[in-house]
Structures are given as structure tokens and as C-alpha cells.
Design a protein. Structure first.
Length: 95
């Protein structure tokens, strides 16, 4: 079962809800951005997709939602191997 994910983009938004906007206390529509993941950062998927978003939790215990197409899915064994692998530095000019 693929229960982990790795950020596929240089910056991946971690949303507070499985949508891009929310209502604040004044009932105004505001952004639902909660945090961000950086390229290659791993998260644990905590449930089934909702409206195209996976519910996730970061390694620092921050919960949120990530768009499905912005994560590469891994099993626990694959995630452990990924995190144990050697450091890879990529020069962005050639990517």
C-alpha cells in the first residue's frame, strides 16, 4: 500500500482544507494555505483522497492536504530506502 508521498515540485502547498480557499472568522473568503513542502520532502498519507487532495502529516507533525498530482507515492519500504539513500544535489539550470 502506498501510504507515503514525496513532493514533486520545488514548492508544494500544504493546504489547511482539501480546497484552496476557506472562510475566516469574519466570513470572508481567504487562502487555505497552511504551510509548504519543498522538493523531495516526504509526508505520511493519513487517509483517502478528498476532492483531489491527500490528507497528510509532515515529519514535524503538521497536518494538511496536498494535491494528488503534486506527490509521488511510496510504500513504507520505499520511503525508508528513499530517506536512507545518498544525498543528491541537482543544479537547477540543467533540470
Amino acid at each position: 500500500m502506498k501510504q507515503y508521498g514525496v513532493a514533486l515540485l520545488p514548492v508544494v502547498t500544504l493546504w489547511d482544507k482539501p480546497e484552496e480557499t476557506k472562510k475566516n472568522k469574519a466570513r470572508e473568503t481567504v487562502s487555505a494555505i497552511g504551510d509548504e513542502l519543498l522538493y523531495g520532502m516526504g509526508v505520511r498519507i493519513t487517509g483517502e483522497p478528498i476532492n483531489g487532495f491527500y490528507p497528510v502529516v509532515t515529519f514535524y507533525a503538521y497536518p494538511g492536504f496536498v494535491k494528488q498530482d503534486e506527490l509521488y507515492l511510496l510504500s513504507l519500504e520505499e520511503m525508508k530506502a528513499y530517506e536512507d539513500d545518498r544525498l543528491l544535489v541537482v543544479n537547477g539550470r540543467y533540470v
